[in-house]
Design a protein around this ligand. Sequence first.
Ligand SMILES: [Zn+2]
Length: 261
Amino acid sequence: MPELPEVEAVCRKLRLEAEGAIIQRMRLLRPSIAKGEVEAACRKAKLERVERRGKNIFLHLSRGAILHIHLRMTGNLYAVPDHRFLINTVRAVWELSDGRGIVFEDPRALGRIALITENELPETGWEPLDPAFTVEALAALAKGSKKPAKIFLMDQTKVAGLGNIYAAEALFRAGIDPRRVMGSLKRSKLRRLHTAILEVMSGAVESVYELYSKPGNMIEAERQTLMVYGREGEACRVCGRGILRLAQGGRSTYYCGRCQR
Ligand SMILES: [Zn+2]
């Protein structure tokens, strides 16, 4: 499943290749993935801006229309040199005036495209890579929270797009036990956590973006070097002790019992 870094990589690439392009028409090859009159909204519209909030992609079109796209499990969105040549897992295509296309490819067809207006943009938490997400912003969120640190980090209404992998990795870097009550963390720990979140997320975005060179070649985050995620029983890369696993909120949390307190 694409996490925030994969979705950010998709958006960065699309911004470079297709922001400002004129859409002649959109064709839905699998109508069931769409909600609203998406084809009509795209007719002779300009793709003004590609925005990401958490794992949601928003294509801002001229005339105020917004397409809300969620890639879900296997979706991908990218530009192709010629809109007439499509592989059979393409579910929607935007035909551009210069002959190129933007395709929504999705083998399992679980992704979604919905037509929304400015008022319907969903409320999401802080973007970890937004400069406005400061230590103070994190401290304000953490204040009084009784949630364990790992559960807190995965709450999309607080920090958006920090999934199971990166929440575990950030806590390891910050040396924080995933069960620690968020509101009890001292300022120094919060500062380390804030730095860790930024490092983990920007590092992941950079490496995913680099690897994400070929269209349709979505590199999963799991293939990167991870410190704790998915490493139960393996030696901690810092202290050598076995990585532990526990269940939190129905998901697995991986951590080092010695490095994280
Ligand atoms: Zn360790």
